[in-house]
Ligand binder design. Structure first.
Ligand code: AHM
Ligand code: MG
Length: 331
């Protein structure tokens, strides 16, 4: 694969990457460009949230039983609007909407399916901590050129053709993989363009940082608790980092190394995070960066959701750390 210099624009990166696929129709390129556009719009709004009256809840609950924040709604609408008119998707799945979203007339259906958590970590909006949009893309599996159906999304994570996230933090960074490595692009807000800033992100084999909500440890499988106690032995030199925003915690670990854990708890016996639009995209990125993602029994990408909002346990990060956790849970 062609090497790109830091400072390369996202547009140039996408165009030159697509040249390696002369059969491409341009839909995939357009889809990714529209994702970047929506990311810029949400980033601008997040930066102004306190001034624009966008802090706080709307007063309603989403289908997951969580209070909907104003920014959740804005991000959901922005990504939908950016994609539905472009003739690139036949279906969108969003954490914010119970049913799949179809392209309204008069827009054309496209060849791709877009699954997203439009604003992950939204309970952190009011605190200025990192939040983000997480997404993955499938090529449609259903026949024809009408709207998509369940076969387009209830399928193995191995069918993903692109995944990424936009993290709105101290800066806005788009992290993307189309199956060959992972690249990070930082938004320069003065010119409104994403530039390559994290070229070919690779994880080390192991790290000594864990990210989890340790307050729930008493509810975990005792074997996992024992693993945690073992790594806390001072001579091993481990450290903890956790903000409670998956995309923020994951981004830190991707850049600096670390393992993220969200095991089942009494409140969330199947895990809290969603398979299709949280675990799948991050698992795709982590595997493309040389890391691993597991639910404790199998690789996340080998799973097939039975429903679009299915939840999963998640252990994700540097390969050896994830393998060690899985071993601990199975002995
Ligand atoms: P959400 O903002 O889409 O509802 O995401 C759920 C968040 C994740 O970002 C994060 O990893 C997790 O919930 C934190 O959960 P907890 O507060 O139980 O540690
Ligand atoms: Mg989320």
């Amino acid at each position: 694969m062609q090497q790109f210099e830091e400072g390369t624009t996202l547009d140039r990166f996408l165009l030159e990457t697509m040249r390696e696929h002369p059969e491409a129709t341009g839909q995939f390129l357009t889809l990714l460009k529209q994702v970047a556009l929506a990311g810029k719009l949400v980033s601008a709004r997040v930066n102004r949230a306190g001034l624009a009256g966008m802090f706080g809840a709307t007063g309603s609950m989403n289908i997951q039983g969580e209070y909907v924040q104003k920014m959740d709604l804005y991000a959901n609408e922005t990504f939908k609007r950016a994609l539905e008119h472009a003739g690139v998707v036949c279906m969108i799945v969003s954490e914010e909407e119970e049913a799949p979203i179809f392209v309204p007339p008069p827009f054309r259906h496209g060849n791709y399916v877009f699954c997203m958590d439009p604003l992950d970590g939204s309970s952190n909006i009011d605190t200025n901590a990192s939040i983000g949009t997480i997404f993955c893309v499938f090529r449609r599996a259903s026949e024809g050129d009408g709207q998509g159906d369940a076969s387009d999304v209830l399928r193995s994570g191995r069918d993903i053709v692109a995944a990424g996230y936009v993290v709105y933090g101290a800066g806005t960074v788009l992290v993307l993989s189309t199956g060959r490595g992972v690249q990070g692009f930082t938004l320069d807000p003065t010119v409104g363009e994403f530039f390559l800033s994290h070229s070919d992100i690779r994880l080390g084999a192991s790290s000594r940082t864990y990210s989890c909500n340790e307050a729930y440890a008493a509810q975990w499988d005792p074997r996992l608790r024992a693993w945690l106690e073992r790594v806390k032995e001072p001579s091993l030199g481990w450290s903890a980092r956790y903000i409670g925003s998956l995309v923020g915690d994951f981004h830190r670990n991707l850049v600096k190394g670390g393992v993220f854990l969200y095991p089942p708890t009494e409140k969330a016996p199947k895990g809290k995070l969603r398979l299709l639009y949280e675990a799948f995209p991050l698992a795709y990125l982590v595997e493309n960066a040389g890391g691993a993602a597991s639910d404790g029994t199998m690789a996340i990408l080998d799973k097939t959701p039975a429903s679009i909002h299915e939840r999963t346990t998640l252990f994700i990060g540097d390969r050896d750390n994830v393998e060690e956790i899985v071993r601990a849970l199975n002995t």
